[in-house]
Write a protein that binds this ligand. Structure first.
Ligand code: ADE
Ligand code: ZN
Length: 338
């Protein structure tokens, strides 16, 4: 249709994409076989009987934690730099087809170092894919190092120090830090210290907040961790003063519509605060989160929003411009994207 073509052609930025969440069931089974990684026995969890069975299970997540269980098992098949490179390059191919011009990609180093895969192995593979995407598709991209919030803050600090010791923040290999995994019970204040170190070092900061957690997780991330962006953030509508603050400060909210439905944060895309954000002047981008787990890449998410809200071309242009303005690329690249 005309609208689908318009949304496909619209130059898009993706800001909320966990690279480990782009691992498809097919690639997961293939890498498990080549890398000799034992998946759970289908006798214990029938979801692991086949890629098709796993895909079907992905349609029935009951919560963020139910999803995370599969997410951490899935990524256990990734071992070598080449594995991370092919995973990320496959994502870039799909993103290019969907009209993505700039991507800021999360990765979870602790989920790899904890099972004996070195931080540098992960980053080497991802960086190689970024370079190929730049050459082959003119896609610019950044890496955002995420801390797992269900682990102690000391582990996050160690991970931060390892990346800093390699010079990855100062040489641009990693653009900033984020915070993900189980939200409720693991408030952002716990990670205040590492975020202050990042701020002092001029390093960009974002955090998942207000996905399953209430609006206090969002104000906690702003006040304690000095984040410049809020990932998900849909529960900001529960605090009008906070929402007006986020609008006034042009803090980018990275919305993930299909993820929110699949993880039962909302019952349908139409419940998301898209209209409220447009009316209140909250800048936001539309993203896929973990596309291989949630049934859609970025364009599917744009189309789902369009289906639910019937936005005008002008409103879409406003959203796309906000996504560019909220990106962490330099002014020269922003001008080229606008
Ligand atoms: N890790 C990957 N996807 C996530 C999400 N939606 N929320 C928290 N942690 C995540
Ligand atoms: Zn996420």
């Amino acid at each position: 249709s005309r609208t689908h073509d318009f949304l496909q052609a619209l130059p898009k930025c993706e800001h909320h994409l966990h690279i480990e969440g782009s691992l498809s069931p097919t690639l997961l089974f293939r890498l498990a076989a080549t890398n000799n990684i034992a998946l759970p026995s289908p006798a214990i969890d029938p979801a692991f009987a086949s890629p098709a069975a796993l895909s079907t299970r992905y349609e029935q997540f009951s919560s963020l934690d139910d999803f995370l269980h599969y997410y951490f098992i899935g990524m256990s098949v990734l071992l070598s730099s080449a594995d991370f490179e092919s995973l990320a390059y496959e994502y870039f191919c799909r993103a290019h087809a969907d009209g993505v011009h700039h991507a800021e990609i999360f990765f979870d180093p602790q989920a790899h170092t904890s099972r004996g895969v070195a931080y540098d192995t992960v980053v080497k593979g991802l960086s190689a894919a970024q370079e190929r995407a730049r050459k082959d598709f003119s896609i610019s991209s950044k890496l955002i190092l995420c801390f797992l919030r269900h682990l102690p803050a000391g582990d996050a600090k160690q991970t931060f120090n390892a990346a800093q010791a390699l010079g990855h923040f100062s040489d641009g290999t990693v653009a900033g830090i984020g915070l993900d995994s189980s939200e409720v019970g693991f408030p952002p204040e716990l990670f205040r210290e590492v975020y202050i170190s990042a701020k002092d070092g001029g390093i960009r900061r974002t955090a998942h907040a207000g996905e399953e957690g209430d609006a206090s997780y969002i104000s906690g991330a702003l006040d304690n961790c000095h984040v410049e962006r809020i990932d998900h953030g849909i529960r900001v509508v529960e605090d009008d003063v906070l929402m007006k603050r986020i609008a006034r400060n042009k803090t980018l909210v990275t919305m993930c519509p299909l993820s929110n439905v699949r993880l039962r944060c909302v019952q349908s895309v139409s419940e998301l605060p898209v209209r409220t954000f447009l009316d209140e002047g909250v800048r936001f981008s539309v993203n896929s989160d973990d596309p291989a787990y949630f049934g859609g890449y970025i364009l599917d998410n744009y189309c789902a929003v369009q289906e639910a809200f019937n936005l005008t071309f002008k409103e879409w242009k406003y959203i796309a411009d906000g996504a560019i303005e909220g990106s962490w690329c330099d002014e020269e690249r922003k001008s080229a994207l606008l």
